[in-house]
Design a protein around this ligand. Structure first.
Ligand code: X2X
Length: 361
């Protein structure tokens, strides 16, 4: 009987210990992790973030529950404030853009250098070579140094010009036009070099600005942004000039990252790799040789619009796709901006990017 009591006591103590430990273990993970996205819920960017969140939830069996907050809800106002908030931990995760983080991480101005990547013979291959190469690694390290952990890349896309006056085929067509840009200095300098009048405006106010005709034009990626805001309602002219590209970063606050088990970190990294494939396909569908559409079909996620050029034309836009010769005229007009920013972001990084891109010429 005494032996029975001793066993019972040990069993009871073990059960109590387990009961106490269980909530403590569960408590190490938050019930919800907040992921920040700048544009609205229908943007390709937000869909990419939702894909990441869904993959993570599914593959961690619900242990890591990420909720996407689109339309800049987590940083009321200025989109260039997202990075410090993520670093401080007010935001857990972000699918952030190189543009919006470039004021804090100067290396992220690399893809914003006018006509550096887009003027290559194979612009998407050039982008992929950078992200997978030494220059991509250098950008990631620069972000890590500033206190944010990068899990992977994705894509907002090449930024094309849309205007109410036009069509635009040469810098002189931009003379004096008011163009909305993000509040990042390289954009102001690029548009000034082209003779335009750049106006800094947060995305949260930009579409109202287009509606009210405060500006004559803007630049954003075709699939992910321009189609999703029905840009033809405001601008009748589309100019495909690939002048800069906006890669995205799946990223997390380092303390949040450290709170995950190594197993969950591995799963989240795998989800980021899938997200890169999905996000790039969404951004490139109908703009590449057909690989993106084939991939999205294989996932059962083909979008409604698979020929963006035809779709814009159906909606009354003139669609001008600049020839390499026409692009060269714009590239020449912005040479000084590239040179100036090469000094600012570091010639080693630009050299590494040129070497990465040369490998796929
Ligand atoms: O503000 C923009 O133009 C947008 C939505 O593309 C970015 O956040 C960079």
């Amino acid at each position: 009987m005494q032996l029975f009591h001793a066993f019972a006591r040990i069993a009871c103590a073990l059960a109590c210990a387990l009961l106490l430990a269980a909530p403590a273990m569960a408590g190490a993970y938050k019930q919800e992790y907040k992921l920040s996205v700048v544009p609205g819920p229908t943007s390709g960017w937000a869909l990419t973030a939702m894909y990441f969140a869904d993959q993570v939830r599914e593959r961690t069996n619900g242990r890591v529950n990420i909720k996407v907050y689109p339309a800049g809800q987590l940083f009321a106002g200025k989109q260039t404030n997202e990075f410090p908030l993520l670093r401080q931990g007010a935001i857990d995760f972000a699918l952030g853009s190189t543009i919006n983080w470039s004021p804090q991480v100067k290396e992220l101005n690399l893809p914003c250098m006018p006509f550096l990547i887009g003027a290559q013979p194979h612009p998407y291959k050039a982008m992929d070579a950078i992200l997978a190469g030494k220059s991509g690694q250098m950008m990631r390290e620069a972000i890590e140094k500033k206190g944010v952990h990068v899990i992977g890349w994705a894509e907002n896309g090449f930024r094309e010009l849309t205007t109410s006056k036009g069509p635009v085929t040469k810098p002189a067509d931009l003379e004096g036009m008011k163009i909305r840009v993000v509040g990042s200095p390289i954009f102001i300098e690029t548009f000034r070099a082209l003779g335009a009048n750049p106006v800094n405006m947060n995305w949260s106010e930009a579409v109202t600005g287009f509606q009210q005709g405060i500006v004559d034009g803007q630049e954003n990626p075709t699939n992910g942004i321009n189609l999703t805001v029905k840009i033809w309602l405001y601008h009748k002219h589309h100019c495909d000039w690939h002048y800069v590209i906006d890669p995205l970063l799946t990223s997390v606050n380092p303390k949040v990252w450290a709170s995950f088990t190594p197993e969950d970190q591995k799963i989240i990294e795998e989800c980021a790799t899938l997200t890169e494939k999905y996000g790039k396909a969404l951004s490139r569908v109908g703009l590449d040789e057909g690989e993106s559409l084939a991939y999205l079909k294989s996932l059962g996620k083909a979008p409604a619009v698979t020929d963006p050029y035809a779709f814009m034309a159906q909606n009354g836009m003139t669609v001008t796709r600049l020839t390499p010769e026409q692009i060269k005229v714009f590239a020449d007009a912005t040479k000084d901006v590239r040179e100036e920013w090469t000094k600012k972001i570091g010639p080693e990084l630009v050299k590494a990017a040129e070497a990465d891109m040369a490998s796929v010429k």
